[in-house]
Design a binder for this molecule. Structure first.
Ligand SMILES: [Zn+2]
Length: 278
């Protein structure tokens, strides 16, 4: 599933090619992709307008439109937003929606599992998009200070891995980058959040930001479905330290890496570098 670095990579790749091009038509092939209004109303509101900005919050892409509207996109499990400069390139089998820019190419939402979503909202009014409305702090922003992180963790008995995955606390972390951050910081995923020492919290705070930044530099992690806005694979899968490497040697100490279900997600860790009991 695309996490913050993948969605940010899609944003950066699309930004130079989708702005200031009037939308000439919109095709919706999967009706349920449009969440908060009927598909025909969605189309009518979009046609004739241009995207004027493209930003990101957590795993959401926010396309600002002329006239005070905003298109909110979430890729969920297998969604891809890809720009095609020529409409003559055949549609992929699992295309859910197409935004055409006349002779200026088109933006296609491709999605094998069809869990991806599109919402059209008045700019900045996210009340109808619950996951976006309740999003927590942006981990690469200045607002994510060590103090803020300490406040989020303070007095919480929940497992630290669960807390990292909670989008209402920190926006955009998923299974891959939570595991990589915890490994970098040397913290077991099942430690209770409140048990972390000030030093461990500082290490984890730094690790989260470093891992995300590094993954963006490598254009995200492609295991199967994720592609950039130009349809290319990311390369951070070649930099991963422990995610998906159960049974392999820990890159730091050589002990065999383990995995366990934590918060319903397969969590990878080194039993030597990430002690269950501090
Ligand atoms: Zn180790």
């Amino acid at each position: 599933m695309p996490e913050l670095p993948e969605v940010e990579t899609v944003r950066r790749s699309l930004l130079p090619v989708v702005l200031a091009k009037p939308i000439s038509s919109v095709d919706i092939f999967t009706e349920r992709i449009v969440q908060n209004r009927p598909a025909d109303e969605f189309r009518d509101l979009l046609v004739g307008r241009s995207f004027v900005d493209l930003t990101r919050r957590g795993k959401y892409l926010l396309f600002a439109l002329e006239g005070g509207w905003e298109l909110v996109a979430h890729l969920r499990m297998t969604g891809r937003l890809i720009y095609y400069s020529s409409p003559s390139i055949p549609l992929a089998k699992h295309t859910s929606a197409v935004f055409r820019f006349g002779a200026e190419g088109e933006l296609r939402f491709e999605d094998v599992r069809k869990f991806g979503t599109l919402d059209l909202v008045p700019a900045g009014d996210y009340r109808s998009v619950k996951g976006l409305y309740t999003l927590g702090v942006e981990p690469l922003s200045e607002a994510f200070t060590l103090d803020r992180f300490q406040e989020l963790v303070h007095g919480r008995k929940t497992k630290i891995k669960s807390l990292l995955l909670d989008q209402t606390k920190i926006a955009g972390l998923g299974n891959i980058y939570a595991d990589e951050s915890l490994f970098m910081a040397g913290i077991h995923p099942e430690r209770s959040a409140e048990s972390l020492t000030a030093e461990e919290l500082e290490r984890l705070h730094t690790a989260i930001r470093e891992v995300l930044q590094l993954a963006i530099e490598h254009q995200g992690t492609t295991f199967r479905d994720y592609r950039t806005g130009f349809g290319r694979e990311g390369s951070f899968q070649n930099q991963l330290q422990i995610y998906g490497k159960k049974g392999e040697e820990c890159p730091r100490c050589g002990v065999s890496l383990q995995y366990r279900k934590v918060a319903g997600r397969t969590s990878h860790f080194c039993p030597h570098c990430q002690r269950e009991q501090p």
